[in-house]
Design a protein around this ligand. Structure first.
Ligand SMILES: *[C@@H]1O[C@H](CO)[C@@H](O)[C@H](O)[C@H]1NC(C)=O
Length: 158
C-alpha cells in the first residue's frame, strides 16, 4: 500500500499542472488521439532513462521503480490505441534493461523495496506487449511472454 499514496499525489500534481492544457472533444477520434499524444509527451518530460548517463527504464527521484513500470505499460497502451510508434524504442529499451539477472523483473537495485505490486506493474506492461504484439525484442533478449510468465511464476511460488 505504501506506493499508492505516492501515486495519488503524483496524479494530483499532474492534474493540477495540466488542467488547462487539453481541449478534448469526445466525439472526435482525432481530438482523442491529439490529447493522448499531448499527455504522453507531457508524461515523457518526467522520464530521463533515455538520456546520456541515465539508466534505461528508470524515472528520476522521487519516483519509484514501479511508476516507471506503469509508464512503460501506459505507453504500450498508447501505441496500441493510437498507432503512434514514437515512444516504442524507449519503451523496449527500458523494459529490457530492467529485467534483472533471472529475467523476472527482480533487478538487484530494486529488490530491497520491491513488493509483488511493484513487480506486477512491469509484469503487466510485458503482458500487454505480448497481447498487443508490440514489436518483438531482439532474438538474443528475453521475449515479452516469457518475461510475463517469469513474473507470474515468481509470484505464484511466493
Ligand atoms: C543499478 O544501479 C547502478 C548504479 O546506479 C546502475 O549503473 C545500473 O545500471 C542499475 N541497473 C539497473 C538494472 O537499473
Amino acid at each position: 500500500m505504501r506506493t499508492w499514496g505516492r501515486s495519488l499525489v503524483v496524479a494530483g500534481l499532474a492534474a493540477t499542472q495540466l488542467t488547462n492544457a487539453y481541449e478534448l472533444d469526445l466525439s472526435s477520434k482525432e481530438s482523442i488521439k491529439d490529447v493522448a499524444r499531448s499527455i504522453a509527451e507531457d508524461m515523457m518530460t518526467f522520464y530521463t532513462g533515455n538520456l546520456p548517463g541515465e539508466v534505461p527504464g528508470l524515472l528520476p527521484d522521487p519516483y519509484y521503480w514501479w511508476e516507471s513500470g506503469a509508464l512503460m505499460g501506459s505507453l504500450i497502451d498508447y501505441w496500441y490505441y493510437t498507432g503512434d510508434t514514437r515512444w516504442n524504442d524507449i519503451v523496449e529499451e527500458g523494459l529490457l534493461f530492467q529485467v534483472g539477472p533471472n529475467n523476472d523483473y527482480m533487478p538487484p537495485n530494486q529488490t530491497l523495496t520491491e513488493g509483488n505490486d511493484d513487480q506486477g506493474f512491469w509484469g503487466m506492461a510485458v503482458l500487454s506487449a505480448a497481447e498487443y504484439k508490440f514489436k518483438d525484442p531482439p532474438r538474443d533478449k528475453p521475449q515479452w511472454l516469457a518475461l510475463a510468465q517469469a513474473v507470474f511464476n515468481s509470484q505464484a511460488a511466493r
